[in-house]
Design a protein around this ligand. Structure first.
Ligand SMILES: [Zn+2]
Length: 273
């Protein structure tokens, strides 16, 4: 469209002097007639001169995001969703270590930077009498595959894809995501009502200070591809986490990335074998 409009401007420069100002600018400032060569080509010469549009008042500028999405799985700003698998799909971080915090299982590894941040957050919450129990943190490709395929066999593809990521598409495989629970009262264990628990409310208010986000907020399934998961935290660093939280957007929106409600392909069990 830009190219067409531009070529049109060149040929009609004398008839339409506005092209000189508008032809090369962004689409939202170009006048409507210049962007519709199909209809304008025959109609324009007979049209009376358009009155000049009054200048639009300038929009207050939204500050730039403090980070951009990365495709590098070692970046804390890696974007992983149903449209953005890890590359390679069996990626495994090299700096995993166990999180020193109350845990449900023996093992709960996170990447070094996320583990340190979680420990600080755990300590801060503990001072207020809140236990941020870790359930699962890092999950490797094979584990995620087993988890997803179990869901698939029990619930079918549509239901499985709403709640469980396919292997190679899980944030847990980055070593930057962790699930939190209340193990003393398991009523809301990995359920939406966790958001109303003391833990859930503390995390919603404070986790960004430690660099974590509630990655799958309520009502954003059409963008993130997942139902509300108030227990699933993703580490992105403090600056980004605080900015995303303050703006009340998803990570996809913050980074200007397209929504990822679905996969492009039906699931292929372990394409590597
Ligand atoms: Zn999770």
């Amino acid at each position: 469209m830009r190219i067409l409009a531009h070529g049109f401007c060149v040929s009609l420069l004398i008839l339409a002097p506005a092209c000189a100002q508008n032809g090369s600018e962004s689409e939202d400032t170009a006048s409507g007639t210049l962007r519709g060569p199909d209809s304008a080509e025959s109609a324009l010469p007979e049209q009376p001169e358009q009155p000049e549009q009054p200048e639009q008042p300038e929009q207050p500028e939204q500050p730039e995001p403090v980070s951009q999405a990365s495709t590098d799985p070692d970046s804390i700003h890696i974007l992983v969703n149903k449209q953005n698998p890890l590359d390679p799909p069996d990626y495994a971080p090299e700096d995993l270590r166990e999180v020193e915090a109350a845990r449900e299982f023996d093992r709960a590894p996170l990447r070094e930077v996320a583990a340190g941040a979680y420990e600080q957050m755990f300590a801060a919450a503990a001072e207020e009498g809140i236990d941020l129990w870790v359930t699962t943190a890092y999950r490797d490709f094979a584990f995620q595959q087993a988890l997803y395929e179990q869901r698939l066999s029990e619930d079918g593809a549509a239901a499985a894809d709403r709640v469980s990521a396919r292997p190679g598409h899980s944030e847990h495989q980055t070593g930057l995501a962790v699930d939190v629970a209340d193990l003393e009262d398991r009523t809301c264990y990995l359920r939406a009502c966790f958001g109303e628990s003391a833990q859930g409310q503390w995390l919603a208010e404070r986790s960004s200070e430690f660099g974590f986000l509630i990655r799958y907020p309520e009502g954003a399934e059409g963008i993130t591809g997942f139902e509300y998961e108030p227990w699933h935290l993703r580490y992105v660093g403090r600056e980004t986490a605080e900015d995303v939280t303050a703006r009340g957007v998803t990570l996809e929106e913050y980074w200007g990335q397209p929504p990822a409600p679905n996969y492009d392909q039906p699931y292929q069990p372990n394409p590597q074998e």
